[in-house]
Ligand binder design. Structure first.
Ligand code: ADE
Length: 250
């Protein structure tokens, strides 16, 4: 998977990508992340990338010319993947569709993605209208720019690519992947400051362990994120367990 990130701050990407799992994924050629400096695609003496808004008001707006030129010279005109699908050109903006595990799964199916990081008050509307194919927000709050959102997207998508996590089933039990929060984890020691690891996890009985984990997942989701239960895929046993929890509440 190749990510091309268009930004005014390319230097912020490398430190994170040079650590841990993403570093290994890059070294193994599973992902490639190229950060392109939009400023390098300006032609004036001062390398200006922003200007005042038409109509007045505060703040600065990112100019269209360097953003178009950066994306078009790196990606070419109308870039397509080997599947024939166009390469998604995604603007990170608080106005976009909200990024979720489902969106990460959808994006992980692509070979290549371009990410444009907005700065200042926003980007010239013509970028949105004529260059971008998708807009993504990482949540209902406003950051100073799209760089952290782009890193978040690269991280969440990369770990879904086969081979990036050491364990091939590594992402299967994640919170959100099945529409539920994940069950609690424990490691050694079995007793720490008098707090013990649940007996069932030490029992070696895998059917019992699976059942306990499923119930803990349901319990956690019920307590912390009941909204998620409306969309979760539940079987009859799950529903029975949840009905029991609801009865207890009354
Ligand atoms: N840029 C500023 N805030 C953002 C957000 N919440 N999501 C994506 N890009 C942003």
């Amino acid at each position: 998977m190749r990510f091309d990130v268009f930004t005014l701050l390319p230097e912020v990407f490398l430190p994170y990508l040079a650590s841990s799992i993403l570093k290994r994924a890059r070294e193994r050629g599973l992902i490639q992340v190229n950060a392109h400096n939009i400023r390098e695609y300006t032609h004036d003496k001062h390398h200006v990338t922003d200007d005042t808004p038409y109509g007045g008001g505060g703040g600065m707006v990112m100019k269209p010319e360097p953003v178009f030129e950066a994306v078009e010279s790196v990606m070419g005109q109308n870039p397509v993947q080997t599947t024939g699908q166009p390469v998604p050109i995604i603007l990170l903006t608080p106005q976009g569709r909200v990024f979720t595990q489902r969106v990460a799964e959808e994006l992980s199916q692509h070979e290549r993605i371009a990410l444009i990081c907005g700065r200042y008050e926003g980007v010239d509307e013509r970028i949105r209208e004529h260059l971008v194919t998708d807009e993504i927000s990482i949540g209902d709050y406003v950051l100073t720019g799209g760089e952290l959102p782009a890193l978040i997207l690269v991280d969440a998508v990369s770990r879904l690519i086969p081979g990036v996590l050491g364990d091939p089933t590594g992402a299967d039990d994640d919170s959100h992947s099945m529409g539920l929060l994940e069950y609690p984890h424990y490691t050694k020691p079995a007793e720490f400051r008098g707090w013990t690891v649940p007996e069932v996890l030490q029992s070696g009985n895998h059917a019992k362990i699976d059942q306990w984990r499923r119930e803990q997942s349901l319990l956690r989701t019920f307590n912390k994120r009941p909204d998620m239960l409306e969309k979760a895929i539940l079987d009859e046993k799950d529903s029975k367990f949840l009905n029991g929890l609801k009865k207890e509440e009354r």
